[in-house]
Design a protein around this ligand. Structure first.
Ligand code: ADP
Length: 401
């Protein structure tokens, strides 16, 4: 069975075609600059590549080009789109409407679009891509939507409510939704498999650390709390997002700088975080290099992230009344041994003891990095959201979900 996985943004359309018989990637790529030009980079598993400028006024033209490169030309991997059994789409916000993977009927696509108020950057582009895909891909090919928020639907009310007037929730749907759910679900299951344990018996803190970062308490395979909130702005400091700040600081600065609500939102989402603190870059590698050269603010930004992760691990151990494992994933979590060592040092009280040698130089590899006598196991678990979307899509179309 072949599944096409789509991750669409406002100006881009990332894709992977997977062969689910062995879960291998047949081809992957990205159509970008949609609406402002157009470009496709497509790579087949055997290395054949297409890398050309195109004209993509909308997502529809990008899908047409995608069909063309998959089926014809020098990097084709299939003869016809009929070979693709289903398409799985990543959707950021499912709110309280979607708590599981679903078939993308016209009504579902409209509901995803209607949720754009809660996720303006993501949901409308997802709906555009779903409609474009329906136009271009055979009508008989099922389309499936997999939500970033769905894994967090199990959070209890006491975890997802904010201490604001109840009408904020009732009338305006303001609550913690959580994000990166596809990743947290994938890595926590992969960790349980690697530990040879049933996930139902485990208390896990899952740290997904990339440009966007979130930390989730996974108890018995279910998310019971997570660091991102109403939007992906909440939680730990990120590349350009502030993470959690006192809401009064927001209204205070908005007033001081005379910013409109949307300008203030940009300030917190695009100019804050690593970039805002360091003034150097939003990228953890750049900050590491700058810190080594003595840049104090770059060092501070990195220290803030490490400190905040420690606090989440401690608080999630408290709410779960224990901890069996901590896992690191995402670009920073998988690659930064320094960060993992710092976060896991001086945590003996919680039963965490890192094996410094085992922690070194693991680039994106599944590995246990805790010492043999550590009560809590610590692991690096590479994430693969596309694979989880493809697995869910396959299960749904086969009637197993
Ligand atoms: P996104 O959230 O956009 O998916 P990624 O998960 O790819 O992002 O993570 C990107 C982040 O990972 C960047 O801050 C980058 O600097 C960081 N990163 C990648 N490789 C390394 C490395 N070797 N050491 C430290 N940080 C790294």
């Amino acid at each position: 069975m072949k599944i096409l996985v789509i991750n669409a943004g406002s100006s881009s359309l990332k894709y992977q075609l997977l062969d689910m018989d062995d879960e291998s990637v047949i081809a992957k790529g990205n159509c970008d600059r949609i609406g402002i030009g157009g470009h496709i980079k497509h790579t087949a598993a055997d290395g054949r590549t297409i890398d050309v400028d195109c004209d993509f006024p909308t997502h529809t033209e990008a899908f047409e080009k995608l069909v063309e490169v998959l089926t014809t030309g020098e990097a084709a991997v299939i003869k016809s789109m009929d070979e693709i059994n289903a398409v799985g789409h990543r959707i950021v916000q499912g709110a309280e409407i979607f708590n599981k993977t679903t078939l993308a009927t016209d009504e579902v696509i409209q509901q995803i679009d209607d949720l754009a108020e809660l996720a303006p950057v993501h949901n409308h582009p997802h709906a555009l891509a779903l409609r474009a895909c329906k136009k271009v891909i055979p009508a008989t090919t099922p389309q499936v939507v997999v939500f970033d928020t769905a894994f967090h639907a199990t959070m209890p009310e006491k975890a997802f409510m904010f201490g604001m007037p109840y009408e904020c929730y009732e009338k305006y749907h303001v609550r913690k939704y959580g994000f990166h759910g596809t990743s947290h679900r994938f890595v926590s299951q992969a960790l349980a498999d690697a530990m040879g344990k049933d996930i139902k018996d485990l208390k896990i803190v899952s740290c997904h650390l990339g440009n966007g970062s979130s930390i989730t308490a996974v108890e018995g395979g279910k998310s019971i709390d997570t660091s991102m909130g109403f939007t992906p702005l909440d939680g730990v400091i990120m590349g350009t997002r502030s993470g959690c700040v006192d809401a009064s600081a927001v209204t205070f600065i908005q007033n001081k700088l005379g910013l409109s609500p949307s300008e203030m939102s940009d300030y917190l989402n695009k100019k804050s975080g690593f970039l805002g603190i360091s003034g150097v870059s939003s990228d953890a590698r750049d900050l590491g290099a700058a810190a080594e050269e003595g840049n104090k603010r770059a060092k501070l930004a990195l220290e803030m992230l490490r400190y905040e992760i420690k606090k989440y691990i401690g608080s999630y151990a408290a709410i779960m009344n224990g901890l069996d494992a901590v896992l690191f994933t995402g670009g920073i979590g998988e690659n930064s041994d320094d960060l993992r060592e710092d976060v896991c040092s001086n945590m003996e009280y919680l039963g965490i003891k890192i094996d410094k040698a085992a922690n070194k130089g693991l680039r994106g590899k599944l590995a246990k990095i805790s010492a043999p006598d550590s009560k809590v196991e610590v692991w690096v678990v590479p994430t693969n959201e596309e694979l989880l979307i493809a697995r869910d899509t396959k299960a749904l179309v086969e009637g197993n979900l």
